[in-house]
Design a protein around this ligand. Sequence first.
Ligand SMILES: Nc1ncnc2c1ncn2[C@@H]1O[C@H](COP(=O)(O)OP(=O)(O)OP(=O)(O)O)[C@@H](O)[C@H]1O
Ligand SMILES: [Mg+2]
Length: 365
Amino acid sequence: MHSSALQPAVQSAVQPVGQPVGQPVGQPAAGSAAESEGGTPALRTHQLAKTYALGFFRKKVRAIRDVSLRVERGEIFGLLGPNGAGKTTTLKVLMGLVRPTSGEAEVLGRPVGDLVAKGRLGYLPESPYFYDYLTGRELLVFVAELFGLPRRESRRRADALLEQVGLQRAAQLALRRYSKGMLQRVGLAQALINDPELVVLDEPLSGLDPIGRKQIRELIAQLGARGKTVVFSSHILSDVELLAQRAAILVGGRTVDSGALDHLVQARILSTEVLIDRPAPVLLQALAGGAYAAEAVGETVRVVVPEGEDVGRLVDLVRRHGGALLALTPRRESLEDVVVRRATDDNGAGAAAPLPARDAQPMGA
Ligand SMILES: Nc1ncnc2c1ncn2[C@@H]1O[C@H](COP(=O)(O)OP(=O)(O)OP(=O)(O)O)[C@@H](O)[C@H]1O
Ligand SMILES: [Mg+2]
């Protein structure tokens, strides 16, 4: 939730959320802020670390140990990692909710916790919880008024956002009657009520049904198209692949990789799948004697040629025996492969073992 102490900064940054909302109240934030702040990144951390001390014996838990990130203005940035990798902790430090033990963190060119920066932020916490005797609309009007918006404008934005997140029919329903997915949606709406230039979303797509996922993905893409900076965490790697221009991978409280998606997901071909149409017995025999695993799928035969092997040799073999190729499909490394590989590499190096000995748990999703 945001503080009313932020009002002056917020008023200069606000503008309507989405297209159908009417006249702007203020000026678009994208671009202009970057110029006035000398092109500083939207977010930056350097060797960020947070250690919690738990219980009577102050047992140490290193939630994050070395997170270095740089998010440029106007980009959609994904924060990926297995359960317990430190995504939420990193975002909480950036939101000024948790004080880091060491390292540096800056938001919109200012130190974390800075009130001016906070006024230009929107934040969706993980599993958001709100005062649940309010209706969805009352919550949004309340948050808008905390930002100093007049009642009329607050209502207008609340209604526009309720529509954008697909909650118009639940606008008058008390939040305690909302499902998990509906709370997620209203959480996203409250994060956008001040038309922030930087939107930080902790697992924005969790708890949503397929239609909800699509709607929220589109909303995030729209924010990006309007020049906003969006940082979101997710386990769902395909969402990051679909939405983000760049991403970072956290494992065991460390950034193990970050960069453009095509850098993270190299064009490396892991294997090639060859489908052969109704092979004659002589070809089946030749395949059985070959080096590759072949399996029957209905009337076709599927052969997987591993990385580094010459697919041409198999193609020649099929042709020599009068066979017909149905498909030849290279399987490239996906972001999922990269995260699993990095999580496994890190486990192999002994850096990410389950708590309490270490920070991270093996990839669960
Ligand atoms: N308040 C806290 N006190 C003690 N330990 C904590 C606290 N918050 C997080 N941790 C620990 O820090 C590590 C990182 O947790 P964090 O919630 O940041 O991970 P995450 O990447 O967001 O995981 P998930 O994908 O499950 O949401 C975990 O081992 C967790 O148990
Ligand atoms: Mg989390």
